[in-house]
Design a protein around this ligand. Structure first.
Ligand code: FAD
Length: 420
């Protein structure tokens, strides 16, 4: 313990998550002489990595053009543009492969370890940190950071005692020349960051599902539509949609929740959602197709409810969307009903009444304001030798591996600067 307290650390990394580990490894590998310490408040490191991507860890996304990559970030895209020219998904792939971890790309471009196990990623990071001489202390919570007038920082940490039979903690001082805050969305650390003069964009959840109680989707949990367009306030998104027990999920909804995170927070998660079940079909072409369906003589005596006009809509959903027409045949529906059906298909109105949790991935938007950080080094523009990386910053991506990628990129940049 005395070593831990008496060492004058060169770099202390607050937070043993992916950003903290990546920064520590990069820094220690570049400059092996540095004494680098990671402090982690939980009893184990890399907790989120282990549960990420449904236990498979969606490490990054196979998008290798920085200009395109930034379009997946509702917040932080502009600032990440230059950062991605320095470290992007192709570099992430190389980094892991050079350490024996092969990644594979799925049809939707998400990248996972070939083992389909997040343990592979956590083990790789722990091993790399150990080999680089990085020290790791778990059960150690950063409480306070003070800048020394002569340079460096004085820290206060709470360290859980590990002796058998003890369940308490002691507050200890630490000293370091540089510090990087990589504590994710932890609210207490945000207070520490504010005490150092930084401002915080208010944190709110991103990437969640929509609670919607509506008889048109009732009992359809598990039914999915390959390409829908959603509109919510000023936000438009598209992609696959999945009906759940509580409402709607799937990539189109998660994108909508990410881009609309602040709007929905302000509206207490109540808003009108317009669903175009036909993707990008407009009303008039839809009406024309419905009219042709009605005019087609073979259809005249067939029930609307069991003979969908659009193959992309699953039959169970079609039945519920056309319920207002009752038992009628195609030949018998009126112009008014046809128009209503076209509207239902291209601009169905639903009420969002709350949010649910998407278990595979969840992030918080908000955090350290980006104009207070130099994105070449991830150093604070307010306090010298203070750095940030990962989710503590006001950066978040949509689902698909973008959140880990921004952590890898920002921490790699910070690692370079910390080593110098
Ligand atoms: C269920 C779930 C699944 C996810 N799946 C994916 C996915 O597949 N792909 C993807 O791209 N993103 C995914 N994400 C998002 C991703 O996990 C985060 O973007 C990423 O973990 C952020 O990394 P970080 O190191 O900045 O923060 P974190 O991973 O949150 O790590 C911060 C660490 O700091 C520690 N800490 C906090 N406060 C203190 C303190 N005061 N002192 C010391 N230590 C402290 C925390 O305990 C934590 O270990 C998922 C998130 C969740 C919740």
């Amino acid at each position: 313990m005395s070593n831990f307290i008496t060492t004058k650390w060169d770099v202390i990394v607050a937070g043993g998550g992916p950003a903290g580990f990546f920064a520590a490894i990069r820094c220690a590998e570049l400059n092996p002489k540095l004494r680098v310490l990671i402090i982690e408040k939980a009893s184990q490191t890399l907790g989120k990595v282990l549960i990420s991507g449904g236990g498979r860890c969606n490490v990054t996304h196979a998008c290798f053009d920085p200009a395109q990559l930034i379009t997946f970030y509702p917040r932080g895209g502009v600032e990440l543009r230059g950062a991605f020219t320095r470290f992007q998904p192709a570099d992430t792939v190389k980094w892991f492969e050079s350490r024996g971890v092969r990644l594979k790309t799925e049809a939707d471009h998400r990248m996972f370890p070939v083992t389909d196990s997040s343990e592979t990623i956590a083990d790789c990071l722990r091993e790399a940190a150990k080999n680089a001489g990085v020290k790791v202390h778990v059960g150690t919570t950063l409480l306070k950071v003070e800048k020394n007038p002569k340079g460096g920082f004085k820290l206060e940490v709470r360290k859980a005692r590990v002796e058998p039979g003890r369940n308490d903690a002691e507050v200890l001082p630490l000293q370091t020349k540089k510090i990087i805050i990589a504590t994710g969305s932890d609210s207490k650390t945000r207070e520490i960051v504010q005490s150092l003069g930084h401002s915080i964009e208010e944190p709110v959840p991103s990437l969640f599902t929509f609670n919607i109680k509506d008889k048109r989707i009732d009992g359809l949990a598990g039914v999915s539509v390959e390409n829908v367009t959603l509109k919510m306030e000023s936000i438009t998104t598209n992609g696959p949609l999945l009906i759940t027990h509580w409402g709607m999920s799937g990539p189109a909804v998660l994108r909508c929740s990410a881009w609309g995170a602040r709007i929905l927070f302000d509206k207490k998660y109540r808003s009108r959602l317009t669903v175009n079940w036909l993707g990008d079909y407009k009303l008039d072409p839809t009406l024309e197709i419905l009219q042709r369906n009605k005019d087609w003589h073979e259809n005249a005596r067939k029930k609307v409810s069991t003979n969908p006009a659009f193959s992309q809509i699953p039959i169970r959903l079609w039945k519920q969307l056309t319920q207002f027409i009752g038992d009628k045949n195609w030949g018998d529906i009126s112009k008014v009903e046809m128009r209503k059906l076209a509207e239902e298909l291209t601009a169905g109105q639903y009420e969002i009444t709350g949010k649910g949790q998407f278990k595979d991935e969840f992030v918080t938007c908000g955090g350290v304001k980006l104009n207070e950080v130099d994105f070449k080094t991830m150093q604070s523009r307010i306090v010298d030798d203070l750095f940030f990386a990962g989710e503590v910053l006001d950066i978040d991506g949509i689902t698909g591996g973008f959140n880990f990628q921004s952590s890898w990129t920002t921490s790699w940049l910070a690692g370079n600067a910390l080593a110098s």
